[in-house]
Design a protein around this ligand. Structure first.
Ligand code: MN
Length: 522
């Protein structure tokens, strides 16, 4: 089954834990398949892949295949890919082989011409293929060129046949034939990630959360004041279900809050898992004073994630809660955690932040319009620097910007970078910003707060409620929503944010695979 042909692929991907063979998918009913993936890696190229003997025999074509019979395209013969990659569309984490974004630019079936042994044709250096795709039709010819060093350059052309179109350019037809989306759109909201550290059969990982079944909500609704709830495969005792936790019309009961926590848990989980969680508890409701609860309680269920902070000093928190599964967030909610504050770093490297955070903190005189000016200026600066980031409204008055970073940065480094960026932005609008430490000395101006970039300092999690009437939620937004006149920092509540997610998805998903190095700011 072409096992040897995949050797190069496997070597490049370090399959250290993979006993099972990859590259085994039943052939298509209509004969051999092909795919062309438009792949924005370190350079844009198109990957032309033919199904032959259970693998994808592949060429990387920098300018892309074409119907133009006059074009002669360079095509680098690259290692075979496993069949599991055939319809892959999504992102490859930066830093990994081929890191970037991929769409299925064309697919269909193909027939070898003048041979019934396409493998031998490839080995002989000439392959003629009749293409039956949505974009590619007619006869493609691939011919090996000699003499060049480094790689294996071939030439790709389209025969002058009934499907040829003079001047046809693949870049004029940029959308996926599977989803209709462009590379930019897939990058912004990927459905799947290709994890090259996993075996091919498991490498295509869904980034879409599994929703909570409606029956689980029905069960919660049917309880009296308390009950034992079967949720996400766990049994949780839920209590005081009719207690009012947030004001509003009608007020929000604990039952409604728990239903929200369970529905949002699959969406919020990627921002919580693997991180110590500081719980902001309001067991008597948002109108009473809340308090920080960091120590994982002894009565917590044994399955609840935990992290021992071995560096804790006398009197500091020794064991933190870690929300590693959706049921854990429901547990925290039932425990009175109205706000969820995960660390910026992960338990496996607590002194290395995975995000640099920009906290636009309005002062008493800062208007919403002022805050939007500051957010848009940061957007422009980040775009100019080529940095991937997203904003979210806090659910109270502010806006935060999250910048995903690769491992290895210290908090001192991310804090210094955010300070340089925000001071540069702040110089453009000195009348809106104060750098004074004391709140009173700021005279009601906004603060561009870089000091949150420190170990055990946290910002509220995406989709966490805030302790205010109506249960507003901190919600990620797309950059162009900063120009939406309807935008407000507390626009969405636990009663409306799920509909927004159904309609427009989660803008922060694009950050999950976008860890990056921070460019110099001078
Ligand atoms: Mn590629």
């Amino acid at each position: 089954m072409g096992g040897d042909r995949l050797e190069v692929y496997r070597r490049k991907r370090d399959f250290t834990r993979t006993p099972e063979p990859s590259g085994v998918v039943a052939p298509g009913p209509g004969g051999a398949r092909f795919v062309v993936q438009r792949h924005r890696a370190s350079r844009l190229h198109y990957d032309l892949r033919f199904e032959i003997d259970g693998v994808l025999v592949s060429w990387a074509v920098p300018k892309g295949p074409t119907l133009d019979p006059q074009a002669r395209r360079l095509a680098m013969h690259v290692e075979d890919h496993p069949l599991e990659y055939l319809y892959f569309e999504g992102v490859i984490p930066s830093g990994e082989y081929g890191g970037g974004d991929v769409i299925v630019w064309d697919t269909g079936t193909w027939e070898p011409v003048k041979t019934d042994d396409p493998r031998a044709a490839v080995e002989s250096g000439e392959l003629h293929a009749e293409m039956h795709g949505e974009k590619l039709r007619g006869r493609l010819v691939l011919v090996r060129r000699d003499g060049d060093e480094g790689g294996e350059p071939w030439m790709l052309l389209h025969k002058r046949d009934g499907h040829a179109v003079d001047g046809w350019d693949p870049e004029d037809h940029p959308r996926s034939v599977l989803s209709g989306r462009t590379n930019e759109q897939v990058r912004a909201e990927p459905d799947r990630m290709w994890r090259s550290d996993l075996p091919a059969t498991e490498a295509s990982v869904s980034l879409l959360p599994e929703p909570l079944p409606d029956e689980a909500i029905d069960e919660l609704e049917a309880f009296g004041r308390q009950g034992t709830w079967e949720v996400f495969g766990r049994r949780l005792k839920v209590t005081n279900l009719d207690k009012v936790l947030f004001g509003g019309d009608p007020p929000v009961t604990k039952r409604e809050f728990l239903a929200y926590a369970a529905r949002i848990a699959p969406v919020a989980l990627p921002y919580l898992e693997g991180r110590p969680l500081n719980l902001h508890r309001y067991p008597n409701g948002a109108e009473k004073k809340g308090f920080w609860h960091k120590q994982r309680p002894d009565h917590a269920p044994s399955w609840l994630g935990a992290w021992d902070n071995l560096a804790a000093d006398e009197g500091e928190t020794t064991t933190y809660t870690v929300v590693d599964e959706p049921a854990a967030l429901v547990w925290a909610a039932n425990f009175g955690a109205l706000e969820w504050h995960p660390w910026t770093s992960r338990t496996d490297a607590p002194h290395e932040p995975t995000y640099a955070l920009i906290d636009l903190d309005p002062g008493g005189h800062t208007t919403w319009e002022d805050l939007l000016v500051l957010a848009r200026l940061h957007r422009t600066a980040l775009d100019h620097l080529g940095v991937t980031a997203r904003a979210k409204v806090t659910g109270r008055r502010g806006i935060q910007i999250w910048v995903p970073v690769t491992g290895g940065y210290s908090f001192d480094e991310t804090r210094a970078w955010v300070e340089r960026l925000s001071r540069t932005v702040g110089r453009v609008v000195p009348d809106l910003v104060s750098w004074e430490w004391e709140v009173k000395a700021r005279k009601g101006l906004a603060r561009l707060d870089y000091t949150q970039n420190a170990v055990n300092k946290t910002l509220v999690a995406p989709y966490s409620p805030r302790p205010a009437p109506g249960a507003p939620v901190s919600v990620p937004i797309a950059w162009d929503e900063l120009d939406d006149p309807e935008l407000r920092p507390d626009r969405w509540t636990i009663r409306t944010v799920l509909d927004r997610l159904d309609g427009s998805g989660d803008p922060f998903r694009a950050l999950l695979s976008a860890g990056q190095e921070l460019p110099e700011i001078t």
